[in-house]
Design a protein around this ligand. Structure first.
Ligand SMILES: [Zn+2]
Length: 96
């Protein structure tokens, strides 16, 4: 089995989060259409080669789905900036 590499770019990670959140109702989930949409606010609209290609969904649900991915990116970049500032401060400290 070939392991799938993690998405490389932020845009790819956001796309993957949306794909992961998309619910593909089989049509016999036991709910009527309104309740199914309410319970699964992001649903598969189309697949291409077994990959979710498009979704339809509630804007707030899409935003909530994307937010953790963006937050993780901000936290990681903050940590990198903090590390670089410390490295810069060390470089400016005269050695005697
Ligand atoms: Zn359903």
């Amino acid at each position: 089995m070939i392991a799938t590499p993690p998405p490389a770019s932020l845009a790819e990670r956001i796309a993957q989060a949306i794909r992961d959140a998309a619910y593909d109702c089989p049509g016999d989930c036991g709910l009527d259409e309104r309740d199914c949409d309410a319970q699964h606010p992001i649903q598969v609209a189309a697949c291409h080669w077994s990959t979710v290609a498009s979704v339809y969904g509630d804007i707030d649900a899409l935003a909530a789905t994307v937010l953790p991915t963006v937050e993780a990116e901000v936290v990681a970049r903050d940590a990198e900036i903090t590390r670089l500032r410390a490295e810069l401060a060390d470089a400016r400290t005269p050695t005697s």
